[in-house]
Design a protein around this ligand. Structure first.
Ligand code: ATP
Length: 354
């Protein structure tokens, strides 16, 4: 099912939780709502579910305006962080429950619940109660219970937050497998950028109730719309070198400078952050106007590469340097920049110069 959100807005008194939020989800895709705590992700999800009335804006399901429809008329499956399974019921009982409410005949209930339990790999645990299951297994049951009604839209609110790091990784792959198998349009709320990057078709990144960018994961990383997006995605975080654009040069605050490809788009004299991903540096053997003269502060090995802490013009940053360069703390080196992973952001507004 295609889902359109048009100018969605939610205010709680003076708190403007969500403002003018507009995106379209295509049939069968998984979209992550990503952003720091309090940015409005759950509020968007709850408006989609019909749990929260909207202050302004519209929600369309396959072109039909459902903005005022109650939750039970929306055909939605919901999964929360805390599983919310019924403790006195077995796995089978929990998965069957939504069908019981719909008065689905018993034989069909059991057939569909068994099928769902198999899909989430819980077929061998049908007689267990929730407290006899691990967190990951409980979440599988919660997903089966949400899917058994054949929802048009699956909504997952931080479904993996209660799991330890390893299980989290395993379960996110599981959720993606189940979603691809069922082809159900899915919205997944998370504040974990790695989680979002690894499972989404598209990511909608939010801040302070506003959509910052809605893109494919790689495009969000490669072409961030503004400083916030660039800072939010990537591990290690992107480097921000403070300075000023002067013609074709980047001049750091202490006066050190180099010729920086592309910087001419920034009006001369503008204070900027030169944002560079750690993987976008290249070691050079000689001096040149377009190379940065840097000092290595420290080095540590990461498999076939080394991560160096480097200084240029008073700015300290991280750079991946290949092992064969044999660098050590105290070395003076020349670094050039790749085209990819280098951005100019206005220091004041965070807007990107392209
Ligand atoms: P988290 O990751 O911490 O769950 P979130 O991005 O999901 O955060 P929301 O829960 O959507 O954020 O909250 C957005 C803003 O709206 C926050 O400032 C929050 O305090 C506020 N808010 C949410 N629900 C209510 C409510 N029922 N009444 C008043 N303010 C609310």
């Amino acid at each position: 099912m295609q889902v359109e959100m048009q100018g969605l807005t939610k205010h709680f008194g003076a708190t403007k939780a969500v403002n003018d939020f507009s995106i379209t989800l295509y049939d069968g895709e998984l979209v992550c709502l990503l952003g720091p705590s309090g940015c409005g992700k759950s509020t968007v999800l709850n408006m989609l579910a019909g749990i929260l009335p909207v202050t302004k804006g519209k929600i369309l399901f396959d072109g039909e305006d459902v903005t005022k429809h109650p939750p039970e008329q929306r055909g939605i499956g919901l999964v929360f962080q805390n599983y919310a399974l019924y403790p006195h019921m077995t796995v089978m009982g929990n998965i069957c429950f939504p069908l019981e409410i719909q008065n689905v005949p018993k034989a069909e209930r059991i057939r569909r619940a068994t099928e769902m339990a198999e899909l989430v790999h819980m077929g061998d645990y049908l007689d267990r109660r929730p407290k006899q299951l691990s967190g990951g297994q409980q979440q599988r049951v919660a997903i089966a219970r949400a899917l058994v009604k054949n929802p048009r839209l699956l909504l997952l609110d931080e479904p993996l937050s209660n799991l330890d790091a390893r299980l989290r990784l395993e379960m996110r792959e599981e959720i993606r497998r189940i979603q691809l198998q069922t082809q159900v349009t899915t919205v997944f709320v998370t504040h974990d950028q790695e989680e979002a990057m690894s499972i989404s078709d598209h990511i909608a990144l939010m801040k302070d109730g506003y959509l910052q960018q809605h893109e494919k994961p790689q495009a969000l990383y490669d072409e961030p719309a503004n400083q916030f997006v660039a800072d939010f995605l990537g591990n290690p975080p992107i480097n921000n070198l403070e300075g000023t654009a002067q013609g074709d040069r980047f001049v750091s605050n202490d006066g050190s400078s180099f010729v920086c490809r592309g910087i001419e788009v920034v009006p001369s004299g503008t204070k900027i952050n030169l944002a560079i991903r750690a993987e976008s540096f290249v070691m050079e053997n000689e001096k040149a106007d377009s190379f940065m003269k840097c000092k290595i502060i420290s080095v540590y090995q990461l498999g076939k590469e080394e991560m160096a802490q480097v200084e240029f013009g008073g700015n300290i940053f991280r750079a991946y340097i290949s092992l064969e360069n044999n660098i050590k703390a105290g070395d003076e080196v020349y670094l050039s920049l790749k085209d990819r992973g280098v951005f100019f952001f206005d220091k004041e507004s965070g807007r990107r110069y392209i």
